[in-house]
Design a protein around this ligand. Structure first.
Ligand code: NAX
Length: 314
């Protein structure tokens, strides 16, 4: 096992970045590996990263290797093992004189960013690099990046762990148990309000939680905070870096290959496992009820329409 790992974080001066970056080097996420950080921002903001780099140095993290910060993504990507793509243009911002409100505008603008970043990752990132897209619309950004990267040894994912963590936390409150007692909390589909949190396959004490609670319509998919999003990104990295226990799985969106009849060629939330040799695989033996299938197909339809909206970038 390599003792050193290079991690690229975009949107490093943003809210999620501030909560995320110190925890990449605190020894929990990558164990005792030395972590070399490459932090990326847009040119207007990159100078703010000097302060963050000084804070990290002052904090004395024994696992911190080198820290670079740059607005040149290709330079950052060189030899990197992990990419946490957090940076994106949020809804509501004025961009080239226009207020960005529509999902289609958001898809186009962010899609353009992910073409360039994807190309650089494919060309300069390490073989077997893992890429987690957090910036929204995460699934379609990841699809665009993956296509531009054109490097089949690398694994692209979009984050649905925040939705999964939130569902676990709400279930634990309902069932008066600890969050760690909820297993197999799968988020199917898109990271958007159409996602399908699967309470039928989620387990507590080996029983479906759908049988333990009467009303499953209460989950709220909207609110999110920088701290919980950062924790979810770290949880995804940890899930990928460690073999998955046989009584569990984890959630992220990956490229569909026809599993569970999801059409090929979209980034869809699936139940995943990390094998002993470190591969990320879809768990394929779960049963979906008719209701689950129809909820999933709504989210899949949304992903297909997002793909259609960015087809010029694919
Ligand atoms: P902030 O607006 O605080 O930070 C975003 C940062 O990204 C800014 O500093 C900006 O300068 C930078 N940025 C923009 N374009 C960039 C580029 N091309 N290269 C490098 N940096 C770039 O947002 P924050 O709260 O940190 O959220 C970041 C993204 O995460 C948003 O798109 C948000 O919608 C998304 N989220 C995704 C979640 C998920 O579960 N997938 C949940 C949390 C969050 O809402």
């Amino acid at each position: 096992m390599k003792n050193e790992i290079k991690v690229v974080v975009t949107g490093a001066a943003g809210q999620i970045g501030y909560s995320l970056i110190p925890r990449l080097i605190d020894g929990n996420t990558f164990g005792d590996k030395t972590v070399n950080l490459s932090l990326v921002e847009i040119p207007q903001v990159v100078s703010k990263l000097e302060g963050l780099a000084m804070e990290l140095d002052d904090s004395y993290f024994p696992n911190l290797g080198t820290i670079d910060y740059t607005d040149n993504f290709s330079e950052a990507a060189d030899g990197a093992d992990w990419f946490l793509l957090v940076g994106s243009i949020p809804r509501g911002i004025v961009y080239n004189g226009k207020k960005i409100e529509e999902r289609s505008d958001l898809l186009q603008i962010n899609g353009g960013i992910f073409v360039d970043q994807g190309k650089a990752i494919g060309e300069f990132g390490n073989e077997n690099a893992k890429i987690l897209v957090v910036g929204n619309p995460a699934n379609t950004n990841a699809l665009i990046g993956r296509k531009a990267a054109n490097n089949s040894s690398q694994t692209w994912m979009a984050m649905t762990m925040l939705d999964s963590n939130r569902a676990k936390s709400m279930l634990a409150k309902k069932l008066s148990c600890n969050v760690s007692e909820i297993k197999k909390m799968i988020i199917w589909g898109n990271h958007s309000p159409t996602m399908y949190p699967d309470f039928e396959n989620a387990l507590k004490d080996n029983q479906s939680v759908a049988n333990l609670i009467e009303d499953t319509n209460w989950i709220d998919s909207h609110a999110s905070s920088a701290t919980s999003a950062a924790k979810a990104a770290l949880d995804t990295v940890i899930a990928c870096e460690n073999e998955t226990s046989s009584d569990d799985c984890f959630s992220a969106a990956v490229y569909s290959d026809g599993a569970y009849d999801v059409p090929e060629g979209i980034m869809c939330g699936f139940p995943l496992m990390t094998t002993p040799s470190g591969e990320i695989e879809i768990i394929r033996d779960l049963t979906l009820s008719d209701n689950a299938r129809s909820r999933l197909s709504l989210s899949v339809d949304e992903l297909l329409s997002e793909r259609e909206a960015v087809k010029d970038l694919l």
